[in-house]
Design a protein. Structure first.
Lengths: 114, 118
């Protein structure tokens, strides 16, 4: 059981470039999430997918798009990267949207935009 | 609005001493509370949660947390710290109210770095 996996681990982009961050989980979870982590700010929710076929905005969605490809995979796309998107990105999953469920996190992608 | 505060950026303790990492919260309804730990260059790992019932919750690696409704706090504790406990700790909260507007979003504190010295 690999849990939640993310690719790539590191990425450097120039301003204006695009890229897609990949996330997959093998726990048969229904809900998946994308967060960004910035120093002193904790984690902030970018987008989430309550179940396969649905996606919705979180706290900081501007500049991002997502795709829930199937139950296992949830990708995050930066269409035109900006230096403000330099951050560490975490994907997470949970059994479902029942509020008592904890979330399980991937190892993260460290993104630098120059 | 929901919020979480971790008032200490860093906590320093000596190995073998008890440790406390503080967390206070604000929600409109009853809270669901979580603690996560992040080791360097790793993702967050779930430690423990409070949903309902006993105010003292036990979790992974010997950690426990005490829910105090009157003080709106959920402090993380361990009786005897280990050097390997050194990491970044996050408290998180959800509002237990249901309804279609509730997305189940976790609200995280800013994190507290725990440094355990030999």
């Amino acid at each position: 059981n690999a849990g939640v996996t993310q690719t790539p681990k590191f990425q450097v982009l120039k301003t204006g470039q695009s890229m897609t961050l990949q996330c997959a989980q093998d726990m048969n979870h229904n809900s998946m999430y994308w967060y960004r982590q910035d120093p002193g700010m904790g984690l902030r929710l970018i987008y989430y997918s309550a179940s396969e076929g649905t996606t919705d905005k979180g706290e900081v969605p501007n500049g991002y798009n997502v795709s829930r490809l199937n139950k296992r995979e949830f990708s995050l796309r930066l269409e035109s990267a900006a230096p403000s998107q330099t951050s560490v990105y975490f994907c997470a999953s949970s059994v479902g949207q029942v509020l008592s469920y904890e979330q399980y996190f991937g190892p993260g992608t460290r993104l630098t935009v120059t | 609005a929901q919020s979480v505060a971790q008032p200490e950026d860093q906590v320093n303790v000596a190995e073998g001493n008890p440790l406390t990492v503080k967390c206070t919260y604000s929600v409109s309804g009853n809270p669901y509370l979580f603690w996560y730990v992040q080791y360097p260059n790793r993702g967050l790992q779930f430690l423990l949660k409070y949903i309902t019932g006993d105010n003292l919750v036990k979790g992974s690696y010997g950690f426990e947390a005490e829910f105090n409704k009157s003080q709106t706090s959920f402090h993380l504790k361990k009786p005897s710290a280990l050097v390997s406990d050194s990491a970044l700790y996050f408290c998180a909260v959800r509002d237990s109210r249901g309804g279609s507007s509730n997305t189940g979003k976790l609200i995280f504190g800013q994190g507290t770095t725990l440094q355990v010295k030999p």
